[in-house]
Design a protein around this ligand. Structure first.
Ligand code: HEC
Ligand code: HEC
Ligand code: HEC
Ligand code: HEC
Ligand code: HEC
Length: 397
């Protein structure tokens, strides 16, 4: 066979073969996005009368709302170092961003569908309207207040610098639940388990107090200076109080009320020392902790003698326990339901007559040290805060 012929032959035959293969193998099908969290909020035009969608621009007139929102975790939903670290992992699919930067305007790509319905094969087109500054703002004013190019508000305005469309059903707890409740096994090792909405619906506050009544306290104030006082809502979105940056002071709510006993003193050597810490979820409308399954509380007891030697110590934990490999599976969950009480007991058999000191510390954690190290989060990334810290003394008579 001459060389040229061979080349032509292989070319033609090869092409036929390729064709054949192509005919036998079904073409890849692009399936549409189905779940709500797979979709961004469609592109928004700037509402008439305004010059920008950005929170900063809203803040020129709505100064207090802006200053409050800036401290909220919503404002850090994109810049959060943990989020950024997780997003870079190959296992994190495209839709991770849809609750953290929910507007299409904040996303560099428009996702048209999924090749064969595979979440790791999104069909991406670049977004000509991508706004990088707006992306930095995470869950910004427009995420909750702009739809179809209009401001959505609680009263509806036909005059003023911008109009608003009244929609109190949209601006209700349903808006919160659209992001704060997602329960889906996405891949064997990736599960979304935010059940704050379901926990609230199943609890005693349903029909009485909702996400907004507890997390957006109502106040009577001017919403724009000079416009007169009216019903308004604080926009701190106060929550766990664990800040995202050690420079930002996030407003805190406390779910637990603490009821420590006295440190029961022993009058005789070898008598037990007994202490109980009762805590009750008195103030949260859902379990504590809620949301992210990595959150937990530690209740730690340390008993020291006069010389400062630790005689006994123990730590109890409230939270969920998960196994992520080979399959995401919840192993345990002792989160505290609304109005539920839990009692933690510390006891010790004293062997010597001496004064003893028991220190009781309760800490609220965003994630544990191992996860922080695994995500290469720096030392100054706040992992926990202390919500109860007391020392109890005993004197042996
Ligand atoms: C040029 C000033 C100005 C800017 C900029 C501005 N607003 Fe307003 N906004 C107002 C005024 C004035 C009111 C009415 C105040 C009143 O009646 O008490 C108002 C009212 C509102 C209301 C209440 C509407 C209702 O139905 O009761 C919302 C919500 C709102 N603005 C959101 C925004 C958002 C979000 C942005 C940024 C995208 C923004 N505003 C930018 C001046 C402004
Ligand atoms: C677009 C999705 C979205 C909507 C809508 C939304 N949230 Fe959030 N929320 C988030 C995300 C994401 C975070 C976590 C950000 C982070 O940790 O970086 C968050 C954090 C919070 C926190 C703070 C948690 C903590 O660490 O203390 C509170 C409280 C909260 N949201 C309440 C609300 C309430 C109340 C509403 C309704 C008015 C609401 N959210 C609406 C996505 C949303
Ligand atoms: C009865 C008041 C109340 C209601 C109703 C309520 N919350 Fe909370 N929420 C709290 C308190 C208090 C905390 C602080 C718990 C803690 O960390 O000690 C909290 C914490 C949170 C957190 C931070 C996570 C954590 O474990 O601290 C999120 C997120 C949150 N709430 C979202 C919501 C959403 C969404 C709704 C509506 C479905 C809602 N909350 C309804 C009072 C409430
Ligand atoms: C996570 C959702 C969310 C974000 C983010 C958010 N808001 Fe709101 N906002 C609400 C809800 C819900 C209400 C209505 C509460 C009600 O009337 O029950 C509201 C009410 C308002 C009102 C009417 C007056 C009041 O205080 O009730 C103004 C003005 C307003 N927001 C401005 C802003 C501005 C400006 C930003 C950004 C700096 C912002 N909001 C960010 C959810 C949000
Ligand atoms: C359905 C909406 C939604 C989607 C999709 C989503 N998140 Fe979130 N994310 C949230 C909410 C709500 C919170 C706040 C939970 C809380 O504080 O209780 C949050 C918080 C976080 C946090 C902070 C956790 C903490 O304890 O402060 C990280 C990190 C995070 N998400 C990463 C991701 C990654 C990675 C993905 C994709 C695999 C993802 N998120 C997809 C809603 C979502």
């Amino acid at each position: 066979m001459r060389k040229e012929f061979f080349i032509i032959y292989t070319f033609v035959f090869g092409a036929m073969l390729l064709d054949l293969v192509a005919c036998n193998k079904p073409a890849k099908i692009i399936l549409p996005l189905t779940h709500s969290w797979e979709k961004a909020i469609p592109h928004q035009e700037i509402p008439a009368g305004l010059t920008s969608l950005s929170a900063k621009a809203c803040g020129v007139c709505h100064q207090q709302h802006y200053n409050e929102w800036k401290l909220s975790t919503h404002a850090h939903a994109w810049t959060d170092l943990q989020f950024q670290a997780e997003l870079k992992k190959e296992s994190s699919p495209f839709m991770c961003i849809n609750c953290h930067i929910p507007l299409q305007n904040q996303q560099p790509f428009i996702i048209e569908g999924l090749v064969d319905g595979d979440i790791y094969q999104p069909v991406k087109n670049s977004n000509p309207h991508f706004d990088k500054d707006l992306q930095q703002e995470g869950i910004t004013c427009a995420s909750c207040h702009v739809r179809n190019g209009s401001i959505i508000g609680p009263t509806g305005m036909t005059t003023g610098p911008h109009q608003s469309i009244k929609d109190t059903v949209f601006l209700s707890e349903q808006l919160c639940i659209s992001c704060h409740n997602a329960n889906a096994v996405i891949t064997p090792t990736l599960a979304c388990t935010f059940e704050t909405g379901d926990e609230w619906k199943a609890g005693p506050y349903f029909g009485k107090k909702n996400c907004i009544s507890c997390h957006m306290e109502s106040v009577n104030r001017e919403i724009v200076p000079g416009y007169g006082k009216r019903l308004s809502h604080l926009h701190f979105f106060a929550g766990s109080g664990i800040p995202k940056f050690d420079t930002v002071e996030t407003k805190m709510l406390n779910g637990f009320a603490f009821y420590p006993s006295a440190l029961k003193r022993s009058y005789h050597i070898l008598d037990s020392i007994l202490f109980t810490l009762k805590l009750k979820n008195e103030f949260a409308g859902h379990k504590v902790p809620t949301g992210d399954p990595e959150r937990f509380f530690n209740i730690s007891f340390t008993l020291k003698n006069e010389a400062g030697t630790v005689l006994s110590a123990k730590t109890d934990r409230i939270g969920e326990t998960w196994e992520w490999y080979p399959e995401a599976k919840k192993l345990a969950d002792n989160n505290v339901a609304p109005n539920e009480e839990r009692t933690f007991i510390f006891s010790y058999r004293a062997e010597k007559k001496e004064n003893l000191t028991l220190s009781v510390i309760v800490t609220k954690h965003r994630l544990n040290k191992e996860s922080a190290d695994y995500n290469k989060l720096k030392e100054n990334y706040p992992l926990f805060i202390t919500v109860f810290d007391k020392t109890f003394e005993t004197e042996v008579k």
